[in-house]
Design a protein around this ligand. Sequence first.
Ligand code: CIR
Length: 273
Amino acid sequence: MYAIVRDLPSSFVNCVTSVDNNNDPINMDLARKQHDDYVDVIKQHVKHVIHVPADEAHPDCCFVEDTAIVVGDRVIINHLGAESRRKEVSGIENALKEIPVIKSIVRMHEIDPKATLDGGDVLYTGKHLLVGLSHRTNQSGADVLVKTFSDKCPVHVIKSLLTHDSLHFKCIISMLNDNTLLITDHEAGQQVMDEIKSFTGDHYTFIKVPEQVPSNILSLDGGNFIIYQKGFPESEKVIIEELKNKRGVEVKTLCMSELIKADGALTCCSILI
Ligand code: CIR
């Protein structure tokens, strides 16, 4: 397995964010420490970690998940929804070229210049590719994924997130393994869950997590090990009971408070291949 991660630039404090950080600005030293801790855990579980240097011109460049979609040996380089982030992709495209298993890399905007898509809106479970439309990901972006990957696995477009104010699809959902998903236990989560069930029937078991931030976990080792966000005791209870106690998953908690201030989640700081 490979992982791609990217360092935080000093310009990270100028990231795109919906969070009002005026009273509690991003602490860069702490943000770097939190990101380093995250990368250290990934290194313990993934054999090949490609570490891309930070790009000062792109404050959000550590959020590598948004830049590319990988299914098997095929990659789409995304055309990101936020214009200020679009040129982040070149450093990641170069990193992907180093990975022997990857045979084809195509750029979304060369397929359809109207298409926009962030990787935070795409969940590849190993069985299905689920694409959530959002303010960053438009129908044309989703259509490019349908065209590109439908011969590899079913691609389903989820529309209900658009009526809520979540930044990305994966702000409310993430995967444990190829038949178990975690989802936020509120209205947006319920609607998304109903839509996924309408496409996939009973394939997935859904574990409902009371708060939004901790519904985004990072699953490694085929779902036998997860990282979850520290500081959400109600959700932690569910994670410990449902994942650790019932399913025997090894769990590790990390505090990513400074990345949350940038609207970051756990999955967004790596691409796993
Ligand atoms: C942004 O607004 O684009 C970044 N500040 C945060 C992106 C987080 N990406 C993700 O969760 N996939």
